[in-house]
Ligand binder design. Structure first.
Ligand SMILES: Nc1ncnc2c1ncn2[C@@H]1O[C@H](COP(=O)(O)OP(=O)(O)OP(=O)(O)O)[C@@H](O)[C@H]1O
Length: 540
């Protein structure tokens, strides 16, 4: 067994098997999850014993990979190698070295039978395209998975039935069957080259997402101001506008607001909102049908392209090439591009440098999680839209307990309103507490400072006692700062309370740690991914 962990046993072809497997996973798994969990895996394939050893960086990753991805990895490896492989999962030796006998190995025989034909050695591009095509047919992801959320979101805005306003005769070359379904929002009506038979050009905008119902706060002030500027003067300043931030913070809303405003001012403008996954789909389809000219014509003729969650084009070569072409064509004719992403341009992985540098060439703005007052205003406003006057004290109660993002805030409000309605009760704090009891108990159960200390210590392979100790070496001080940061982010504890729980430290020490890690997270991809992993682990 120890022998099998020595480096150098896997020959070049064997590395190829794992690389192929990773390429497939990269297409299936959202890029942040892929970067956080799958990319760090190290693998060795030993054809003689039909075994693949997979090394993960730590025990948390081991549990997570086993629970979430192992079955899929086994299936893919069997399929790609054309044989039934034995998969051994283990934790890498300290420092993350691939080699070494210290790996703790969990033996797990492969369970998924291989398909009749082996795909190993297939041409990579056709393989990737086949996978993408397969994926398009699949989309039946587990409910609640991020993939499912993305997929539904990609379709959500495409599914609104809007009205088409006065016809404007204009040729635009929108030929795709995706785009001719007539479900246009607001504006955009075209005719064939001969000027006959006007056809609607769906903008795919949701008319309900406007600047008017987007609450402003310090978390989104700059992004909103930039977006307003673009909406009133497209094609001029801030092109492209790149908006980034965590999930459910209003990036998509802001983008639709820009599109809706542009169409209000210039009803003939050719505006298109598209989720990046839909763009991938369009590229794959035109690749299969050899209709690249139509694809180019469609995208290159726009006045305003709004492309959501651009991180989804990561690792997709052909899509990136087409996106680059569209980008160049649109900017050269002063059409405007607005993009959103879960990270800033340089934080994007597996996207070509030439694209990343273009993303960054206009204006890049962040949306932060909303602060308390903003959350309260959002709640009151959303309730008002439903015809309900939510009192400030209830709004404060909900806002204090739901802090992560606006989508969750909306969900909590829906629960409170529904609970009060079904039980014929007035909306009060006790009613809100009752309505949200599951959510509150999950919070209380899972996220304690002690839990954070234990999880972080486990992750960085230090002792839990080091969280309270006065030791200063970076290998200990940094995980401790990370744990302090997470304690501030994920619990209701104040700075002095957190300091107390970290061996009686002063609140200024905690504040320093929180600020330092928050800032470094913005700049260091690796740290951001580690924090993402830790947050997910703690929220499970
Ligand atoms: N400032 C705000 N004011 C009012 N509603 C908001 C605000 N921010 C977000 N929302 C609402 O929160 C919900 C989630 O927002 P949105 O879909 O735009 O988030 P997102 O940042 O694009 O998330 P994701 O990364 O998951 O796509 C939407 O219903 C949106 O209208």
């Amino acid at each position: 067994m120890d022998q099998e962990f020595q480096q150098g046993q896997a020959n070049a072809a064997d590395d190829g098997l794992w690389q192929e497997c990773l390429d497939r996973l990269a297409v299936e798994v959202p890029s942040q999850q892929f970067g956080a969990w799958l990319k760090p895996l190290r693998a060795q394939y030993m054809p003689a014993s039909a075994t693949v050893q997979l090394l993960v960086p730590n025990r948390i990753a081991l549990d997570y990979i086993r629970g979430r991805y192992l079955e899929r990895i086994v299936g893919l490896l069997n399929e790609l190698s054309g044989r039934e492989l034995r998969i051994e999962l283990g934790v890498a030796a300290r420092g993350g070295a691939v080699a070494g006998a210290a790996g703790r190995v969990v033996r797990r025989p492969a369970r998924v039978a291989p398909p009749p034909a082996a795909a190993a050695g297939a041409d990579m591009e056709s393989l990737v395209n086949r996978v993408q095509a397969d994926l398009l047919a699949q989309l039946d992801q587990p409910p609640g998975s991020e993939q499912a959320h993305r997929a539904t979101q990609a379709m959500r805005y495409a599914d609104h039935d809007g009205e088409v306003t006065a016809p404007v005769v204009r040729s635009n070359g929108f030929e795709s069957d995706d785009m001719q379904d007539g479900r246009a929002h607001g504006q955009g009506v075209s005719a064939g080259q001969d000027g006959s038979a006007a056809k609607p050009v769906p903008s795919r905008l949701n008319p309900q997402l406007t600047f008017e119902n987007l609450i402003e706060g310090s978390a989104n002030r700059m992004a909103r101001a930039a977006a307003l500027h673009v909406a009133h003067a497209p094609g001029q300043l801030y092109n492209p506008l790149f908006i980034y931030g965590g999930v459910g913070l209003g990036k998509t809303h802001l983008m639709h607001a820009v599109g809706n405003q542009v169409l209000r001012d210039q009803p003939q403008a050719k505006v298109l909102y598209i989720h990046a996954e839909q763009f991938v789909t369009d590229v794959v389809k035109s690749y299969q049908r050899k209709t690249f000219d139509a694809l180019k014509q469609r995208y290159h003729s726009l006045d305003l392209l709004l492309i959501d969650d651009v991180q989804f084009i990561a690792g997709k070569e052909r899509t990136q090439e087409e996106f680059f072409n569209a980008f160049e064509a649109l900017l050269s004719k002063k059409s405007h591009i607005v993009m959103t992403s879960d990270t800033y341009p340089k934080g994007l992985t597996d996207i070509h440098e030439r694209l990343v540098s273009r993303f960054d060439a206009g204006l890049t703005v962040a949306i932060e999680p909303p602060e308390l007052e903003m959350r309260v205003a959002i709640l009151i406003n959303k309730a008002k839209a439903e015809g309900i006057a939510l009192s400030e004290d209830v709004a404060f109660f909900v806002a204090k307990n739901v802090r992560s993002n606006v989508r969750e805030l909306e969900g909590a409000l829906r629960k409170v309103l529904a609970y009060a309605r079904f039980n014929s009760k007035d909306i009060s704090i006790p009613v809100a507490r009752e309505a949200l009891r599951d959510l509150l108990s999950i919070q209380n159960r899972q996220i304690s400072v002690e839990n954070i200390q234990k999880t972080v210590a486990d992750f960085y392979k230090i002792k839990v006692a080091d969280m309270y100790s006065k030791k200063r070496p970076a290998s200990i001080a940094r995980p401790r700062q990370i744990a302090m940061y997470l304690s501030k982010e994920l619990t209701q504890k104040s700075l002095p309370e957190i300091g107390e729980l970290f061996g009686g430290r002063d609140h200024t020490t905690v504040l320093h740690a929180v600020r330092k890690i928050a800032q470094e997270r913005q700049q260091q991809i690796e740290l951001n991914q580690q924090l993402h992993v830790l947050e997910q682990t703690l929220k499970r």
